[in-house]
Ligand binder design. Structure first.
Ligand SMILES: Nc1ncnc2c1ncn2[C@@H]1O[C@H](COP(=O)(O)OP(=O)(O)OP(=O)(O)O)[C@@H](O)[C@H]1O
Ligand SMILES: [Mg+2]
Length: 607
């Protein structure tokens, strides 16, 4: 029987799972990790890197390493979120041919679905290696609050990766499936999912015999760990400016090191109350002297820096509960999902709002992929009796005269669903009508998300208001929208799968599928010991080359001597691991080597 994998395509990390012998399990990657960074890079030699191997070289190859591409998927070039990303990303984001977004790596521009496809392809390969057979079908998860454009673009990514995406499901819903799997519980639960890039809250009823019914959902697709990291970076940059009157943002590499350090500090503060951010030789003083950044960040300060972001998630919870027409005490369990829910302040905020201790029984990084795998198995196995009833997170409607949004399918309607409405012409002898399809909750149409538009032509010439056009709006189980319009006079019909101006054309997708096939041949043989060894040796050689210079510059300070000693130790360890042909050990040293190399380069460049 054809196996279906479940993929959690995360902003920060991705995870793949499968149901085996009736139980879902996460598939570890070759390094033994259960999640893989959603990062993609192109090296100087034009080689494509995905996952841990891309993350390790992120700082020294900042401009050609993509992270958090999910924050851009299905968005338009002129959206505020894209503007924000353009201003803060270390990689180059450019305008595409359909007012969409492209990412420039080396000499090529990639669409966002293409970048996500590389991550999906990596997850596919991880599963194929483990299963020892090709995999072609997948269930892929998306944030519940994703609109049609974002869902469609994610589906395109699957197609480019050579996957038949048999279903798109919402991340919190997947988490609920995994939570309720095999338990036979009857409960109303809330799933609070705070990840690297997005926030979702869903309220579900789990009924007897495996019925999972979503009652309400909401979220923010641009609110996640990335935003908390940004607050820490601001704090560090500001502090440094006050002390040295220098702006660290001017330096791409310094900014990347800050990002790295900010995330590390944030994670540490989930278990300790205070941590030191230590970035030697971060920038030059301009007087031939390298400056260090050394600052203590307390948990309390972090909580102050992120207070409004956490409050925003609580506000969304309050609204969702209202939409579900439930009182707090009717929620019988609160399930925490996503890496950010390890932050104590977030746990206490959730506990405070729902007035109950959240359930910590599910693994926050794995539960979404496990749920996707469960759904995959259910869709292919007739004996499975699980029923999943999800809702549409956004109202669907059209723009009518005067930019008024006419709602046809309200938010939180169970999908699949369809609605019909009859429209008439607004002018005499009007022979064509234009239907502008939108998604959102705003009465002013222009504030909502444009999904697409199409024109029904060839109408009978007649006085205004006499020609009737029946329009059918449909949302399928993936949450994807299609629209059909019918001229009731002539029976003439037109249908579109609504693809927004930000989407890719069919031809473009086809070309991208072909291009990614070529790459696959190259990818399979690359990530073995040889690759790790070559990478380590390259960095060691670079460090060795810089050693004499660095020693000369820094040996006069205790701080510098200490740094030199540590660098020596790391190089020795890496050499020993290479000698032993121990792939895992070599990979373990890569982080340290990269940090050392980065610091050395910093020292030399800044003096
Ligand atoms: N111990 C920790 N304390 C605080 N934050 C953490 C911890 N561990 C991970 N994180 C943060 O969690 C985020 C990643 O979470 P997760 O892997 O759930 O996101 P994702 O699934 O990739 O993103 P999304 O679901 O938003 O698309 C990152 O911002 C990371 O820094
Ligand atoms: Mg996630």
């Amino acid at each position: 029987m054809e196996r279906v994998i479940g993929i959690d395509l995360g902003t920060t990390n991705s995870c793949v799972a499968i149901v085996e012998n009736g139980a879902p399990a996460v598939i570890p990657n070759r390094g033994g990790y259960k999640t893989t960074p959603s990062m993609v890079a192109v090296t100087e030699a034009g080689k494509r890197l995905v996952g841990h191997i891309a993350k390790r070289q992120a700082i020294t190859n900042a401009e050609n390493t993509v992270y958090a591409a999910k924050r851009l998927i299905g968005r338009k070039w002129n959206s505020p979120q894209v503007k924000n990303a353009v201003a803060t990303s270390s990689y180059r984001i450019v305008e595409g041919p359909h007012t969409d977004v492209r990412i420039a790596l080396r000499d090529k521009e990639y669409s966002v679905p293409e970048i996500s496809a590389m991550v999906l392809q990596e997850m596919k390969i991880i599963a194929e290696d483990y299963l020892g057979q090709p995999v072609s079908k997948a269930v892929v998860t998306v944030p519940a609050y994703f609109n049609d454009n974002q869902r469609q673009a994610t589906k395109d990514a699957g197609e480019i990766a050579g996957l038949d995406v048999i279903r798109i499901i919402n991340e919190p819903t997947a988490a609920a499936l995994s939570y309720g799997f095999g338990k036979n519980v009857e409960k109303t639960i809330a799933v609070y999912d705070f990840g690297g890039g997005t926030f979702d809250i869903s309220i579900l009823e789990i009924g007897a015999h495996g019925v999972f019914k979503v009652i309400a959902t909401a979220g923010d697709t641009f609110l996640g760990g990335e935003d908390i990291d940004a607050r820490i970076i601001d704090w560090l940059v500001q502090g440094f400016k006050e002390e040295h009157s220098l702006d660290l943002r001017q330096d791409r590499m310094a900014l990347q090191r800050l990002k790295d350090a900010a995330e590390k500090a944030k994670c540490e503060l989930s278990s300790v109350r205070e941590t030191e951010v230590n970035l030697p030789f971060i920038i030059s003083s301009g007087r031939n002297e390298a400056l260090h950044l050394q600052r203590t960040l307390s948990r309390q300060t972090l909580e102050e820096l992120s207070a409004d972001l956490i409050e925003r998630t609580v506000d969304i919870c309050r609204q969702t509960l209202e939409d579900a027409k439930l009182e707090k005490d009717e929620i019988e369990e609160v399930v925490l999902v996503g890496g950010m829910t390890r932050m104590p302040r977030i746990q206490s905020a959730v506990a405070g709002f729902f007035e109950r201790e959240p359930n910590k029984g599910v693994h926050p990084d794995e539960v979404v992929a496990l749920g996707a795998a469960i759904q995959g198995a259910a869709l292919t196995d007739d004996k499975q009796e699980m029923i999943l009833l999800d809702v549409t997170p956004h109202a669907l409607g059209i723009m009518t005269f005067g930019s008024v949004f006419e709602e046809l399918i309200p938010q939180n309607t169970t999908v699949p669903t369809h609605r019909q409405k009859i429209f008439t012409t607004s002018r005499d002898n009007q022979t064509a009508v234009k239907i502008i399809v939108m998604q959102g909750e705003n009465e002013d149409a222009s504030a909502n998300e444009l999904l697409g538009e199409f024109i029904l032509t060839g109408l009978r010439r007649a006085p205004k208001g006499t020609v009737e056009i029946e329009v059918t709006f449909e949302i399928n189980a993936d949450g994807i929208v299609s629209v059909r319009a019918k001229d009731l006079d002539t029976g003439l019909e037109q249908s579109i799968q609504v693809t927004a101006s930000s989407g890719l054309t069919r031809d473009e997708i086809k070309d991208m599928i072909d291009a990614s096939k070529d790459d696959l041949v190259d990818r399979r043989v690359s990530e073995d010991f040889e690759a790790a060894k070559q990478e380590a040796e390259k960095i060691v050689a670079e460090i060795e080359r810089l050693f004499p210079q660095v020693e000369q510059i820094v040996a006069s300070s205790d701080f510098g001597r200490d740094a030199i000693e540590k660098a020596r130790a790391i190089v020795d360890k890496a050499r020993a691991a290479i000698a032993k042909k121990d792939t895992a050990a070599v990979k373990e040293q890569l982080d340290g080597l990269t940090r050392t190399h980065r610091m050395f380069k910093g020292v030399v460049a800044k003096t």
